[in-house]
Design a protein. Structure first.
Length: 140
């Protein structure tokens, strides 16, 4: 069978990975001023690590091309220690807060949104090419 949308699998995987990245970034932003949680621990900034995973296709001997790749997502704790800020209710005492730079998180959010839009455009282009391919077969 002919695969009319050869890149849609990897594009779909990339869209899902960027969605997860956006969710993690928004969690970091919302917890940037959180002190200790219910478990008594300080929120630790999360970061997303992408890895490309090559899938083997049945019938591919390696000579006909490169197999499509999926994106594997890992969520890790950032190793940065908490930052210390003065306690307004107790002069001379310091509070531990998560070391989250909101400006950095917003910049990462913009990059993630742009990557999502680029992958969406690739999916739309792939669909358009497949439809044009099918229309060529109808004309004959």
């Amino acid at each position: 069978m002919i695969d009319l949308l050869p890149g849609i699998q990897s594009t779909s995987s990339a869209l899902n990975a960027e969605r997860i990245r956006t969710e993690v970034i928004t969690q970091n932003i919302s917890n940037s001023m959180t002190g200790r949680g219910a478990d008594g621990r300080i929120y630790s900034r999360q970061r997303v690590v992408f890895e490309s995973v090559l899938r083997q296709q049945s019938g591919l001997d390696g000579a006909s091309g490169v197999p499509p790749s999926d994106v594997s997502v890992k969520i890790e704790d950032d190793p940065r220690p908490p930052r210390l800020i003065p306690d307004p209710s107790n002069p001379g005492r310091m509070l531990e807060m998560p070391d989250i730079n909101v400006h950095e998180e917003f910049a990462d959010l913009i990059v993630s949104q742009r990557a999502y839009e680029a992958n969406l455009a690739a999916a739309k282009s792939s669909r358009t090419m497949a439809l044009q391919t099918l229309s060529i077969g109808r004309r004959v």
